[in-house]
Design a protein around this ligand. Structure first.
Ligand SMILES: *[C@@H]1O[C@H](CO)[C@@H](O)[C@H](O)[C@H]1NC(C)=O
Ligand SMILES: *[C@@H]1O[C@H](CO)[C@@H](O)[C@H](O)[C@H]1NC(C)=O
Ligand SMILES: *[C@@H]1O[C@H](CO)[C@@H](O)[C@H](O)[C@H]1NC(C)=O
Ligand SMILES: *[C@@H]1O[C@H](CO)[C@@H](O)[C@H](O)[C@H]1NC(C)=O
Ligand SMILES: *[C@@H]1O[C@H](CO)[C@@H](O)[C@H](O)[C@H]1NC(C)=O
Ligand SMILES: *[C@@H]1O[C@H](CO)[C@@H](O)[C@H](O)[C@H]1NC(C)=O
Ligand SMILES: *[C@@H]1O[C@H](CO)[C@@H](O)[C@H](O)[C@H]1NC(C)=O
Ligand SMILES: *[C@@H]1O[C@H](CO)[C@@H](O)[C@H](O)[C@H]1NC(C)=O
Ligand SMILES: *[C@@H]1O[C@H](CO)[C@@H](O)[C@H](O)[C@H]1NC(C)=O
Ligand SMILES: *[C@@H]1O[C@H](CO)[C@@H](O)[C@H](O)[C@H]1NC(C)=O
Ligand SMILES: *[C@@H]1O[C@H](CO)[C@@H](O)[C@H](O)[C@H]1NC(C)=O
Ligand SMILES: *[C@@H]1O[C@H](CO)[C@@H](O)[C@H](O)[C@H]1NC(C)=O
Length: 480
């Protein structure tokens, strides 16, 4: 099933309205390792440093490669720990709002750093794989299911790194059909534009519309700076008018080939945008068929709905290759096809994270331990989801009752000082090992009364009181 959108309000008015009232509202723009905040004079976007997430600069590196000038930034933060499996930025969000999130990964000619590769995740859902043989950008669109979410780098080989991170609220129409999905942005093409990319402030969501780099040689670029649309959508992912004002036309057929889609079968949503740029064109004069990988999907007459603009979303499944072809309709269309812009989005199901209860429990334990053990490498490596895709050092997780829970905690031999943290009664832990540390005080009742706890190891903590809470069944305690 595909969704057709008949635009029903003035694009220009709508965009102007959005720009003047909510410019930058909800934008979060991080330059990793930056010394201070800067405002880009071209866009008025303010970039902040990532010191609230990662305060130290020990693992910051300067990127030297000149080819990366266009990113206007030249630093990268590396995550070199052997202990961590992933490194996350916990971002504040508005629940149920849709967001675009974009990471930029610069590598360049760095010394002393072996090239590697790592996954990029939102929550625990993978939206990209970065391979340091080339700079890259990874972008996803998702609905915030909570008032925060994590953007993470998950180690595969070598050290993960990141230069910039951008969070932008977007129109809810991208995910209207599949609210519990994450869309991975594969491409966003401003057809017919051979100049500069177009983004904020022209695009209120700061989507980056890239110029068409290898246009079909037989097609004719066309543009109309006066093109005006009386009608557009309230319900829209529609690009800014500057993007729609350029297009490719051809008397017979337009062909767009993408040979570089991910291998393996994946589902995609293709958003197509049309605006008639020929003032004389009439209804029934420009009718064409859309083919996706040789399958006819839709006949289109842009003008048929009484408007000069049209948007359509088509879904398809593909393995590595997309052939998007538009062919003039055989029964008497006078003009050939036109295409103004399109987006290719790969659809991923939003994967379930560890149950919130356990995330909160271990978050509290971590915070308490950190107060007295600020330089503990294990605690510092605890980032993002505690269990997925790999558990934090010292944790063991299991699927129970259909969700992932933390079942064991082993903090043995970590040099911890301080008192044993409070354990919320909601914890489903069955085994806790705190042995071989330097913990002080008493064993708290909150720990010994955990409902599922079977074994507790507290031996070899010379300053820990041997006194046990009354309620405790001694058979479960191991003091060795
Ligand atoms: C940036 O802000 C200044 C001052 O408010 C304004 O004059 C300028 O037009 C803005 N530039 C953009 C690109 O919005
Ligand atoms: C990058 O910027 C430097 C200095 O601004 C300039 O000399 C160089 O030509 C630029 N490189 C590219 C590839 O644009
Ligand atoms: C990274 O990409 C290069 C070139 O495309 C390839 O040779 C290499 O195997 C890739 N490395 C990893 C770890 O995927
Ligand atoms: C755009 O279309 C509207 C309605 O037809 C018209 O009033 C307006 O003058 C047009 N604007 C331009 C710039 O052509
Ligand atoms: C999109 O259109 C549908 C059907 O017309 C409507 O129910 C929905 O509220 C619209 N979404 C937005 C964000 O306007
Ligand atoms: C515009 O459309 C008219 C038909 O309405 C056609 O005669 C003319 O050739 C078209 N112009 C271009 C540049 O395609
Ligand atoms: C072309 O023919 C098909 C049926 O063969 C018909 O459904 C369609 O409406 C026709 N289009 C035009 C523009 O006449
Ligand atoms: C792309 O699809 C069209 C329409 O099905 C077909 O005619 C054309 O040969 C295809 N091109 C390639 C390179 O496969
Ligand atoms: C398009 O999406 C619908 C509903 O999600 C699904 O049933 C259908 O199989 C999809 N079509 C393709 C070609 O993937
Ligand atoms: C992320 O931030 C939110 C609110 O700022 C907080 O409630 C949550 O515990 C944090 N999550 C992690 C894993 O740090
Ligand atoms: C799993 O579900 C059962 C039955 O609903 C319940 O008794 C048990 O406490 C649950 N286990 C956990 C760890 O939540
Ligand atoms: C905890 O880990 C240590 C080694 O890191 C191991 O010796 C010990 O057996 C583990 N404890 C449990 C309960 O598995």
């Amino acid at each position: 099933m595909s969704l057709m959108t008949r635009w029903s309000h003035c694009i220009l008015c709508l965009l102007l309205f959005i720009q003047s009232t909510c410019a930058q509202k909800g934008f979060v723009s991080l330059q990793c390792c930056a010394d201070s905040e800067v405002t880009d004079p071209n866009s008025n976007i303010t970039w902040i440093t990532d010191e609230n997430w990662y305060p130290d600069k020990l693992n910051c590196q300067q990127i030297k490669r000149a080819a990366q000038n266009d990113t206007l930034y030249d630093k990268a933060r590396f995550f070199p720990s052997q202990l961590g499996t992933k490194w996350c930025y916990n971002l504040t969000a508005e629940k149920d709002q849709d967001y675009l999130i974009r990471g930029t990964f610069l590598f360049g000619d760095l010394q002393n750093t072996a090239p590697g590769s790592f996954d990029v995740l939102v929550g625990v859902t993978q939206i990209g794989l970065v391979n340091s043989s080339a700079p890259s950008e990874v972008e996803g669109i998702l609905k915030a299911t909570n008032n925060h979410f994590n953007f993470c780098l998950s180690t595969k080989k070598g050290e993960p790194y990141i230069s910039k991170l951008e969070l932008r609220p977007v129109n809810s129409d991208y995910l209207e059909r599949e609210p519990s999905s994450v869309l991975k942005v594969i491409d966003r093409v401003d057809v017919g534009n051979t100049g500069q990319e177009i983004r904020y402030p022209h695009d209120p969501y700061d989507r980056i519309w890239r110029p068409e780099l290898n246009p079909d040689q037989n097609a004719t670029p066309t543009s109309s700076s006066s093109a005006n649309t009386t009608i557009t959508s309230a319900n829209l992912t529609v690009p800014p008018i500057q993007v729609l004002q350029t297009a490719l036309i051809h008397p017979e057929r337009l062909e767009f080939l993408h040979n570089d889609l991910d291998t393996g079968y994946h589902e995609y949503d293709l958003f197509l945008y049309f605006l008639e740029l020929n003032d004389s064109a009439q209804v029934t004069q420009r009718v064409f068929d859309i083919y996706i990988n040789n399958e006819k999907r839709r006949e289109i007459d842009i003008l048929a709905g009484g408007s000069n603009s049209y948007a359509v979303v088509l879904n398809f499944t593909a393995n590595g290759f997309l052939n998007l072809t538009m062919v003039k309709a055989s029964n008497g269309s006078q003009l050939g096809p036109i295409c103004n812009a399109y987006e290719i989005l790969q659809v991923h199901p939003w994967l379930q994270e560890t149950v919130q209860r356990d995330v909160d429990v271990i978050g509290d334990v971590r915070r308490e331990l950190l107060e007295r053990n600020q330089d503990n490498e294990v605690l510092k490596s605890w980032s993002g989801d505690p269990c997925l895709p790999l558990p934090w050092q010292g944790l063991f997780c299991e699927p129970i009752n259909g969700s992932t829970v933390i079942s064991k905690l082993n903090m043995s031999n970590n040099g911890f000082t301080g008192t044993i943290p409070l354990f919320p009664a909601s914890s489903a832990l069955i085994s806790v090992d705190l042995s071989h540390n330097d913990l002080l005080g008493k064993i708290p009742e909150s720990l010994t009364s955990l409902p599922y706890l079977k074994t507790l190891y507290v031996g070899c903590n010379p300053h820990l009181s041997k006194e046990l809470p009354e309620s405790f069944n001694r058979s479960r305690l191991k003091t060795e």
